[in-house]
Each structure stands twice: as structure tokens, then as C-alpha cells.
Design a protein around this ligand. Structure first.
Ligand code: NDP
Length: 291
């Protein structure tokens, strides 16, 4: 029997409805969640992502600001703009779409975002907080993967989890979240020897390498849950994941499709982080007032 599908579109709808309800409550109290999205230069893929993010904000009735700059924008000008957004009380989340043009340091730009508005969770303070088990924001893609596992009530405690791909934005934070949920985690990279023997041991297999269909069915443990983060465009224009869905689905118990899996969840969790940014800011103010 083929694996059951964890449907990121359906799950996203459910979570976005919850976000819209919580957002309406905040808006009624006079605080409408606000997200600023900054894009520098032209990039067709970024263009689509940014459009989807702004549209998602509109769907849940967030305040959203899209700022576009030409690719000759100076780094200092961008930093100055971020400083203004950091101080703007109508903006709770700031997202700078990557990649940035070569003359701008993504690292300096991300570090200039106030950590409490860093809804991507990429700021070094947020990465550190996640590492010690006290995340302020969980990076959106791994957060979405955790929600997918939660949606099937997967018992992570004691489970063997393998994450293939160790980037700062997906693989590493994913491994941390799984570890914190009680899983025994192995984190693989391009140097991992005999990758198949490692992945075959995984009750939960998360793949984020950017290598189309690299995980074949014979690398999957029978009965495993397979979460495919990869988004790759094939020469024929179709999208595919880093997992070979057609062979893996006959081995796994649960699998996420591409498209329609982790992709929509990432944007949903960006909305969730923006909402949580507002909720944090309100508790913070309250604590301040008690002092
Ligand atoms: P990066 O290129 O930053 O990192 C890739 C990681 O995979 C590296 O750690 C690399 O190892 C590892 N890797 C590459 N080849 C292999 C291999 N053959 N075996 C084992 N490990 C390998 O990618 P990202 O993490 O940014 O993205 C990964 C994928 O996820 C891409 O397809 C991207 O499009 C997609 N993505 C999807 C998102 C979504 O919303 N669904 C969001 C973000 C990304 P090493 O460290 O040794 O170089």
C-alpha cells in the first residue's frame, strides 16, 4: 500500500484559519500584526516567494509592507531602512528576501534586524536561543516540518530521526527541534559516508539538500515518515523534491509531496511567527509595566 500523504496545503489552511482568528482578536485590541518584506534586485524565484508571502498576509488580514529596491542599493541604505522598521510599532516582523546582491552582506543585514522582529529566525541571537532550547522564533521551514509531524501525532520521543542537509536555515535548526522533541538525531551532509545505511535507520527522515530525487525508496526504512523539503525545478519545468517520491512512497508509511508539502507550510509558519511576535511584544510590555 502506498504511503499516506501529509498534505501541506490542507494543514496550512487549518493553521491559517487559526492564525486569522488569533489575529482578529489582536486587531480588535488595537494591535494588527504587521510584516515588512524587503526585496533587493530582480530574481524570478524571489519574486514568486515575496508575492506569495504578501498574499498570505492579506489572506489573514495582517498589515503588510512590501519594499522593493533596485540592485544598486547600498548596504548602508538598506541597514538604515531596517533601523526604521525596527523602531516602527506597526511592524512586528521584518523579512529580507535572500539572496541579496553580492555587494551586500546578508550576514550584516540579518544581524541588523531586531531579534524580536526576526520572524525568519535567522539572527544569530535566535539561532543561539534555539540551540539552548529556548527559541524565540523557530525558522519557518523546520517549524512547518514539526507541525506536519504533529499533525499525524508522530511520537518523536525516542524515535530515530535523520536529517539530510545541514544548512543554517533548514537542516541544523530541524535537527535541533527534533532533538528537543526527544528524538535521537543524526545530521548528514555531503561528506556523509554510505548515506543509504544512515537513512535506512530513520523512523523520521527529513531531506533538505537541493539534489533532485537523491533519496530513493531503497534508502528509506519501511514504515518511516519522510519529509521532503527540497524544491527543485526539472528541465521540463515540473517541480520535484529531494526524495524520489515514486519509489519512496511504496516504502514509507507517511510522505510529504512536492509541490503541496513543506512549501506552503513555510509561509504559514512565517505568519505564525509574525503573530507570535505580536504576542511576545504584548507580554513583554505587560512585564515592563509591572516593574
Ligand atoms: P543548502 O544548499 O544551503 O544546503 C544543502 C545541504 O545539503 C548542505 O548541508 C549539503 O552538505 C547537503 N548536501 C548536498 N548534497 C548532499 C548529498 N549528496 N548528500 C548529503 N547531503 C548533501 O540548501 P538549503 O538547506 O537552503 O535548501 C535545501 C533544499 O530545500 C533546496 O531544494 C531548497 O530549494 C529547499 N528549500 C525549501 C524550502 C521550503 O519552503 N520548502 C525552504 C528552504 C529551502 P554540505 O554542508 O556538506 O555542503
Amino acid at each position: 500500500m502506498p504511503a499516506r500523504i501529509i498534505d501541506g496545503v490542507q494543514l496550512s489552511k487549518k493553521i491559517r484559519a487559526e492564525i486569522a482568528t488569533r489575529s482578529a482578536i489582536l486587531t480588535a485590541k488595537g494591535v494588527r500584526p504587521g510584516l515588512a518584506v524587503i526585496m533587493v534586485g530582480e530574481n524570478p524565484a524571489s519574486e514568486v516567494y515575496v508575492r506569495n508571502k504578501v498574499k498570505a498576509c492579506e489572506d489573514v488580514d495582517f498589515h503588510s509592507v512590501l519594499e522593493r529596491y533596485a540592485d544598486d542599493l547600498e548596504e548602508n541604505e538598506l541597514l538604515a531602512r531596517i533601523a526604521i522598521l525596527n523602531a516602527d510599532p506597526s511592524i512586528h516582523g521584518i523579512l529580507v528576501q535572500l539572496p541579496l546582491p553580492n555587494h551586500i552582506s546578508a550576514e550584516r543585514v540579518i544581524e541588523s534586524i531586531a531579534p524580536e522582529k526576526d520572524v525568519d529566525g535567522f539572527h544569530i541571537a535566535n539561532a543561539g536561543a534555539l540551540m539552548i532550547g529556548k527559541p524565540l522564533f523557530k525558522p519557518c521551514t523546520p517549524y512547518g516540518c514539526m507541525k506536519m509531524l504533529e499533525s499525524i501525532d508522530y511520537p518523536l520521543r525516542g524515535a530515530r530521526a535523520v536529517v539530510v542537509g545541514a544548512s543554517n536555515i533548514v537542516g541544523k535548526p530541524m535537527a535541533m527541534l527534533l532533538l528537543q522533541a526527544g528524538a535521537t538525531v543524526t545530521l548528514c551532509n555531503s561528506k556523509t559516508r554510505d548515506l543509504g545505511s544512515v537513512t535506512k535507520d530513520a523512523d523520521v527522515l527529513v531531506v533538505a539538500t537541493g539534489k533532485p530525487k537523491m533519496i530513493m525508496g531503497n534508502m528509506v526504512k519501511p514504515g518511516a515518515v519522510v519529509i521532503d523539503v527540497g524544491i527543485n525545478r526539472l528541465p521540463d519545468g515540473k517541480l520535484c523534491g529531494d526524495v524520489d517520491f515514486d519509489t519512496a512512497k511504496y516504502v514509507a508509511d507517511w510522505i510529504t509531496p512536492v509541490p503541496g508539502g513543506v512549501g506552503p507550510m513555510t509561509i504559514t509558519m512565517l505568519l505564525m511567527n509574525t503573530l507570535e511576535a505580536v504576542e511576545h511584544s504584548l507580554t513583554h510590555h505587560k512585564h515592563g509595566a509591572h516593574k
